[in-house]
Design a protein around this ligand. Structure first.
Ligand code: MC0
Length: 147
């Protein structure tokens, strides 16, 4: 079951500069940074609030480390802006299977590693009214211990 918005992914040209805007304007501080080579991004996670299901709600700033990455291609075409939304779930495997059975394309056969050791998959934006949609099970969420 999808229980919350885990994060909103925002494509940007420069993570540090963009993080400065969010700190100055809203007071959101960077809680975590990493480079995810598989996804081709440098990212910063800005915590907005916490929940009691092992997750929280974040803004995720995404700077491409390769032009041919998903975010690199999207930025070249659209410029900076909202790239995807991510729903939190305790069981990304069950939810992606169930959603796939409804005819929505799930982009990965198996969830992959996401930010902060989460497990993630994506739904094709063309099947979701133009919104690239991610499903996330946070590290430490109950079902994660099974994997
Ligand atoms: C592409 N399209 C989008 C879109 N990206 N529409 C809405 N939102 C987006 N973010 C549209 C394009 O405009 C195009 O529409 C069509 O989809 C095909 O796009 P493309 O430019 O030809 O690119 P493809 O087909 O090679 O790849 C699109 C696809 C890809 C969604 C399959 O971006 C993908 O696999 N994304 C999932 C992985 C990802 O985004 N990783 C970065 C975040 P038209 O109408 O022009 O045909 S990593 C992340 O977020 C991790 C770190 C985490 O959360 O922990």
């Amino acid at each position: 079951m999808l229980t919350r918005i885990d994060h909103i992914g925002i494509a940007c040209f420069d993570v540090e500069e963009t993080a400065g805007f969010y700190a100055r304007t809203y007071g959101f501080e960077v809680a975590h940074t990493e480079v995810n080579e598989e996804q081709g991004v440098r990212e910063a996670m800005l915590r907005v609030n916490g929940t009691d299901d092992g997750g929280a709600t974040w803004l995720q700033l995404l700077e491409p480390v390769r032009e041919d990455s998903a975010v690199g291609k999207w930025l070249a075409k659209n410029g900076e802006g909202v790239h995807h939304i991510a729903f939190g779930t305790a069981d990304v495997d069950a939810d992606s299977e169930e959603i796939g059975e409804k005819g929505v394309r799930v982009l990965y056969d198996e969830p992959r590693r996401g930010s902060m050791d989460s497990r993630i998959t994506f739904l094709h934006p063309k099947d979701c009214h133009g919104v690239l949609t991610e499903l996330v099970t946070a590290a430490g969420s109950s079902s994660r211990a099974d994997h």
